[in-house]
Design a protein around this ligand. Structure first.
Ligand SMILES: Nc1ncnc2c1ncn2[C@@H]1O[C@H](COP(=O)(O)OP(=O)(O)OP(=O)(O)O)[C@@H](O)[C@H]1O
Ligand SMILES: [Mg+2]
Length: 219
């Protein structure tokens, strides 16, 4: 199986504070990795480094065999848009666009001519938002915004999906639906990195890793 993500010896410091120290991780096509760890251990920092939203202090990152070290901001944005779907811990929706429009943004920017609207409507409906397609983010609950962000991240079938606590604040039934969409993407061949505190979901991943004191370890 193709290695989608390969990170080696990543270090991240904020001032003199060590957040990540020699973190390495490989994720293959069709594999889900669950990342756990206490609050403040650097899980979101790690995802934002993998998602090319933040620079590392040291280390190497390859996505689908290509090094992304030292790329300028425009090239990083290009890699991100082609290869990565990101479900942020805070949903980061565009406030002036409806739920459906937010989901469609990646297709406006990077879509390849197909009509994505049918798929967007379908995924939002499956996620329980069929009646809220035309709501603005301010008219949605936190958990609903997160589901819109999930639908947006999945729209273009990216090979790498980064999901930062996507089932937090959701009731068990909705959480299971959200997890089910990530699992379906994984089973269709995406590499999924799931930050979660939910042991049941983590147990369904192919690998579970834990961040503690800047180090990533198995289990
Ligand atoms: N821009 C920044 N400047 C300084 N410190 C930062 C910055 N961003 C994050 N940190 C620190 O890095 C540490 C890790 O933060 P991060 O958000 O990655 O944790 P987390 O594991 O995702 O926590 P949670 O489970 O609460 O979401 C925290 O102690 C935080 O204060
Ligand atoms: Mg976090």
């Amino acid at each position: 199986m193709t290695t989608v993500l390969d990170i080696r010896d990543i270090k991240k410091f904020y001032g003199s504070e060590v957040i990540l120290y020699d973190v390495s991780l490989q994720v293959k096509q069709g594999e889900m990795i669950a990342v756990t760890g206490a609050s403040g251990t650097g899980k979101t920092t790690l995802l934002s480094i993998i998602g090319l939203l933040q620079e590392t202090s040291a280390g190497h990152i390859q996505i689908l065999g290509e090094s992304v070290d030292g790329l300028d901001a425009a090239k990083r944005a290009g890699v991100r848009s082609r290869y990565i779907g990101f479900v942020f811990q805070r949903a980061r929706l565009v406030g002036s666009l409806t739920a459906l429009e937010n989901v469609l943004v990646p297709s406006w920017l990077f879509g390849s001519g197909t009509s994505y609207e049918v798929r967007a409507r379908q995924v939002l409906t499956e996620l329980g938002l069929g009646k809220r397609l035309h709501y603005l983010p301010e008219q949605l609950s936190v958990g609903q915004m997160r589901r819109v962000a999930l639908a947006r991240a999945l729209l273009l079938n990216p090979p790498l999906i980064l999901a930062d606590e996507p089932t937090n604040d959701l009731d068990p039934a909705t959480a299971a639906i959200v997890f089910g969409h990530l699992q379906a993407a994984q089973q269709e061949g995406a590499a999924v990195i799931l930050v979660t505190h939910d042991e049941e979901f983590a147990a369904k991943a192919q690998q579970v890793v834990t961040l503690k004191n800047g180090k990533l370890s198995a289990g």
